[in-house]
Design a protein around this ligand. Structure first.
Ligand SMILES: Nc1ncnc2c1ncn2[C@@H]1O[C@H](COP(=O)(O)OP(=O)(O)OP(=O)(O)O)[C@@H](O)[C@H]1O
Ligand SMILES: [Mg+2]
Length: 254
């Protein structure tokens, strides 16, 4: 079983000619087959954690370690991380003008699998996965995220997730901005991947409503750049009722 281990991770970002520490000692272990939800106030560093794991150049790791199956993830390029089995669905997916969804997916799959998927089975796989996510087949010919609605972008992220079959998937607010039907469709996609037992999922969210569809094994409260408390699914209900006040006291989060 693949294991992502984050130990005492500290991350800074350069902003306004100053260095600001955003992550202040994150400890987290995610194993293949497990689902972890991370909840926390705005600006507490959740997306920073996601970007840092994916290797975004804006974020500097000042100390701590991240390993996947004992291999040092922090030494890997963004490409190598993807090949090692890390996947990030971004809170704000970027547009890639001039690159069709179909080309993008095939290029990504080729990079991750180490060889080009066989065309006939691939086309079928893409079609079926798109149908499962109730995406119109015409999306395959559109440029990545260009003019996509918020919900369409999120479906496209889950389409990638289902096709790329990572070991560890980080989903940053995949539920934000989704209507009730889209939320169900996207959750079903995540659950299909999850049911294989071959992916560990880190679900960053603000809302317990997605957790009605995707049952987390663990819930973590993220506050002030670290995990302040961990528990089971019941912790999400407590947060919904009581908010984060108890966790952010004594240090503003932003
Ligand atoms: N590239 C950057 N430049 C400047 N500041 C940044 C950058 N990235 C993150 N920050 C700051 O780091 C803090 C944490 O941001 P982050 O996006 O990680 O929060 P978050 O927990 O994901 O919040 P939200 O729930 O609103 O998505 C914020 O104060 C943010 O302004
Ligand atoms: Mg965020």
């Amino acid at each position: 079983m693949a294991t992502l281990e984050i130990r005492d991770l500290h991350v800074t970002v350069e902003a306004d000619n100053a260095t600001k520490e955003i992550l202040k000692g994150v400890d987290l272990t995610v194993k293949q087959g497990e689902t972890h939800a991370i909840m926390g106030p705005n600006g507490s560093g959740k997306s920073t954690l996601a970007y840092s794991l994916a290797g975004h150049p804006k974020y500097t790791i000042t100390s701590g370690t991240v390993t996947l199956d004992g291999e040092n993830v922090l030494d890997m390029t963004v490409d190598e991380r993807a090949r090692a089995g890390l996947f990030l669905a971004m809170q704000y997916p970027v547009e890639i003008p001039g690159v069709s969804v179909s080309n993008f997916l095939r290029t990504s799959a080729t990079a991750v699998r180490g060889e080009a998927p066989k065309l006939r089975t691939w086309v079928k796989e893409v079609k079926e996965t798109m149908a499962g996510l109730q995406m119109d087949p015409s999306f395959a010919e559109r440029n990545v995220n260009e003019g996509f609605s918020g919900g369409e972008k999120k479906r496209h992220e889950i389409l990638q997730l289902e096709l790329l079959k990572p070991k560890i998937a980080i989903l940053d607010e995949t539920d934000s901005g989704l209507d009730v039907d889209a939320l169900r469709v996207v959750s079903e996609g995540v659950n299909r991947v999850r049911e294989t037992g071959e992916v560990g999922t880190l679900l960053i969210t603000h809302y317990t409503r997605i957790l009605r569809y995707i049952k987390p094994d663990f819930v973590h409260v993220f506050a002030n750049g670290r995990i302040a408390e961990s528990g089971g699914a019941e912790l999400a209900d407590k947060l919904e009722n009581e908010g984060y006040e108890a966790y952010v006291k004594g240090g503003a989060s932003a």
